[in-house]
Write a protein that binds this ligand. Structure first.
Ligand code: ZN
Length: 410
């Protein structure tokens, strides 16, 4: 027996209807009306399949196939989406998990432990990001929720109460990590590596670390009409030199897979007729190795100093954050790769360049991830799609890995 591909794809379509924008996109933040409707529908699907359905104080959903007492295998992702996101980010992992658990129930396989399909709350940060997985791993107390506001300014605690959750009880969502056997998450790649290589399945080895720095060039704001070119201290020139250096930085530090992005750049005062006196660049640097991110940071600093020198500017670099890379569990990674081989599917071992609930869970519970290709690498967009055959391939690999973990000797 295997999973019911038709039912799996149909449920994925149905879920995309909750919060549908009409342009193929989905807006389903946690604690919204669409989120509530999606949960109610999931609860009905569980009832039809004879699975348990419960939610904890953080709004995390657990869809349970009972087994002999003991730590359950968790398999899941998140129900929430970014504003006008796609139908797959998060949703795929939840529906694949439901289908895995449902089809294992139908197979009547002798389990050695329970299996729970899980959906973590607010992964995408409509309020704070990784809210549910952090709460489950014991990282949140009631006081931590005070002062957090949503994108629309609504306090998190108010949104939770309006949706029927008690924010003061958030601590009760914490589980003893030793009471969870493993966590497996299936997700779209959100990049184009698998799509370009025409490989149906990715087995994630690491989630990359992220370094964020702010670089500020300061020169002098002057009249754009009366200041000759050679007398300017134009902060934009420093920014331009640094931007031009960014594509070469990964090779410069000897890490070809590293990525560096300037996604935010501000010139001040910011008028057509003023030479900019200040240029602020926000840089995002990612790699699987913390030492590489630190080397990138130093290289950015060196290029910024050179640019400042060349254009008679002052420059400062501020580290905003540095999140460590998260290695996933070696045994589970191997087991997931074996599941792909058993299904006759080609799989590539690869890092994840994006963040996932798996990175919050992995330091506490053995964790692995399965990726499927994103067509043209599109994600966080209404154009986010994956070929149905690849969706089924990924869910098949997920099922094989979960089946192994749920049936092996305790
Ligand atoms: Zn996601």
């Amino acid at each position: 027996m295997t999973l019911d591909a038709e039912r799996f794809l149909a449920d994925l379509d149905t879920l995309a209807g909750f919060g549908a924008d009409g342009d193929g996109g989905v807006s389903r933040p946690s604690f919204s009306a669409a989120d509530g409707e999606a949960r109610a529908w999931l609860a009905r699907r569980c009832e039809e399949a004879g699975l348990g359905y419960r939610e904890d104080a953080a709004g995390n959903v657990f869809m349970r196939l009972d087994g002999p007492p003991g730590p359950p295998v968790w398999v899941g992702s998140h129900l929430d989406s970014v504003p006008n996101g796609g139908p797959l980010d998060g949703a795929l992992g939840v529906i694949a998990a439901l289908e895995v658990v449902r089809s294992l129930a139908e197979e009547g396989v002798a389990l050695s432990r329970p299996v729970e399909a899980v959906s973590f709350t607010d992964e995408e940060g409509a309020y704070t990001g990784f809210l549910g997985s952090k709460a489950a791993m014991g990282g949140l107390a009631a006081a931590d929720l005070e002062g957090i506001e949503g994108r629309d300014g609504t306090p998190l605690v108010e949104a939770m109460r309006a949706a029927g959750y008690d924010p003061t009880a958030i601590g009760s969502a914490a589980v003893d990590p030793a009471a969870v056997a493993a966590y497996l998450e299936m997700h779209i790649e959100q990049g184009a590596i698998l799509h370009e290589a025409r490989i149906p399945v990715g087995v994630v080895t690491h989630i990359v670390g992220v370094g964020r720095v702010t670089v500020e060039f300061v020169g002098r704001a002057d009249h754009a009409g009366t200041t000759p070119m050679h007398l300017r201290r134009d902060a934009a020139r420093g920014a331009a030199d640094l931007l031009a250096a960014l594509p070469g930085l990964p090779a410069e530090v000897g890490a070809a897979d590293a990525v560096v992005t300037c996604g935010r750049l501000a010139l001040a005062p910011g008028a057509d007729n003023i030479v900019p006196g200040r240029a602020t660049l926000h840089l995002d640097m990612r790699d699987r190795d913390r030492a590489v991110i630190e080397a990138l940071e130093r290289a950015v600093g060196a290029h910024a100093e050179a640019a400042a020198e060349a254009h008679d500017l002052e420059v400062s670099l501020t580290r905003e954050s540095l999140t460590d890379p998260t290695p996933l569990d070696g045994r589970l990674v191997d087991l997931t790769a074996e599941s792909a081989a058993e299904a006759g599917l080609e799989a590539r071992r690869m890092p994840s360049g994006a963040g996932h609930d798996a990175q919050v869970v992995a330091p506490h519970v053995p964790t692995a991830m399965v990726f499927v290709p994103s067509i043209d690498g599109r994600s966080h967009s209404p154009l986010e799609r994956t070929e149905p055959d690849d969706l089924v391939a990924g869910a098949t690999v997920l099922r094989g890995a979960v089946r192994r973990l749920a049936t092996e000797d305790a």
